[in-house]
Structure formats: structure tokens, C-alpha cells
Design a protein around this ligand. Structure first.
Ligand code: SAM
Length: 186
């Protein structure tokens, strides 16, 4: 992919138990679709461990971290902020502008869990709707990243993996990253 300043994804809010899989999937989607790092609230340590484990096994670079002040991350972000929300401007209307600005500045992409406080709407440079219908932070993030990178994230290379998946029309094939030997299926 062409080198642009970094993209971080911030998960705002996490209800232990109820949000476990969604928070983890925000991190995995950020990693798989081209972001450089994910920032979780500090009560989402299980999601952090899972994302780090996947990065160790399937490659990076990708960074995952916790914060005790997600709203502080938004307030103090040195770059531009995109907040994904069903109430926002249509992604297809603002994506060109965001992409152009992102050539010079790091981007923080914020996704919520439950109700997002209004100061986040005010702090964001763009409140962006991936449709103006209610759906999921994982779906919104995936579509937004693909629009931002115009599909180039699908071609990225992974470093320091210990395994890689060989694409197949049917079945599963996983090989050691530095050999073509078949490994047991995972
Ligand atoms: N009613 C909640 C609110 O006030 O934000 C929505 C919660 S929704 C289950 C969780 C998150 O999914 C939202 O904070 C937002 O980041 C994301 N989301 C849901 N629908 C979206 C859409 N159409 N476009 C962009 N993001 C969306």
C-alpha cells in the first residue's frame, strides 16, 4: 500500500461480557483491513490479548493498546478524527475529502458500543454514516476502511507471521510462513 500517515481505530465503550466479541472483532477488522493500531478501553484486556495473539501468529505490523481515557484520546489526538455513526454525513459524500486530508495527517477512527456522548460528535472532524441505518461498528469500520484505502488494503503483505493461509477454492491450507510445507489445519 502507498505510505500515508497512520490510521488508528478507537473503540469507545466496552461492556464486559456483552461486548467481548464485538470489541475483539473491531480490533481484528482494524488489523485485517489496513489500520496501523487499535486502542481499547482498559476494561477490554481480553480483546487486547486476542488481537496480539492473532498478530503474533498471522503477522503485522499492527499495534494494540489500552487506554484509561478513550475520550482523552479523542481530545488529544494529533491529527484528524472520524467518528462512525448512523447519524453522520454519508460516507460516499465525504470520503474524497477525508482521503485527501489523510495524505498529510494521521487519522483516528472512533467507533462506539452503546450511546456515544455528544462531545465526541463535537470533537470529530467528520461524523460519518455508512448508510444512515443502524447496524454494527464492525460493519461500519470495514466499509469505511475499504473506502479510505480504495481496496489497496486487500493486497497488503504481512511481516513476522509464523503461518500463512494459502487461498483455496475448497478446503483449508495453512503453511509455515517460511516454507511451503503443509501444517496441521487450525
Ligand atoms: N444508538 C447508538 C449511538 O447513539 O451511537 C448506536 C450504537 S451502535 C450499536 C454501535 C456503533 O456502531 C456506533 O457507535 C457506531 O460507531 C457504529 N454504527 C452503527 N451503525 C452505523 C452506521 N450506519 N454508520 C456508521 N457507524 C455505525
Amino acid at each position: 500500500m502507498q505510505e500515508f500517515p497512520g490510521v488508528a481505530v478507537l473503540r469507545l465503550g466496552h461492556r464486559p461480557g456483552r461486548d467481548e466479541r464485538m470489541t475483539t472483532h473491531v480490533g481484528l477488522t482494524a488489523r485485517a483491513l489496513g489500520a496501523d493500531r487499535v486502542i481499547f478501553p482498559d476494561n477490554a484486556g481480553g480483546s487486547l490479548e486476542t488481537v496480539e495473539d492473532i498478530t503474533d501468529r498471522f503477522g503485522g505490523p499492527f499495534d494494540a493498546e489500552l487506554t484509561d481515557s478513550p475520550r482523552g484520546v479523542v481530545r488529544n489526538w494529533d491529527g484528524r478524527v472520524v467518528h462512525l455513526t448512523m447519524y453522520g454525513e454519508r460516507v460516499q459524500d465525504v470520503e474524497d475529502e477525508i482521503r485527501a486530508v489523510h495524505e498529510d495527517e494521521p487519522l483516528l477512527i472512533v467507533v462506539g458500543a452503546e450511546k456515544v456522548p455528544f462531545d465526541v460528535y463535537e470533537a470529530a472532524d467528520w461524523n460519518v454514516g455508512v448508510t444512515n441505518q443502524p447496524h454494527s461498528e464492525v460493519a461500519g469500520l470495514a466499509v469505511f476502511l475499504d473506502r479510505l484505502f480504495e481496496g489497496r488494503e486487500l493486497e497488503r503483505e504481512w511481516n513476522d507471521a509464523d503461518r500463512r493461509v494459502i487461498p483455496k477454492a475448497t478446503g483449508k491450507r495453512v503453511v509455515s510462513a517460511d516454507s511451503s510445507d503443509d501444517e496441521p489445519e487450525t
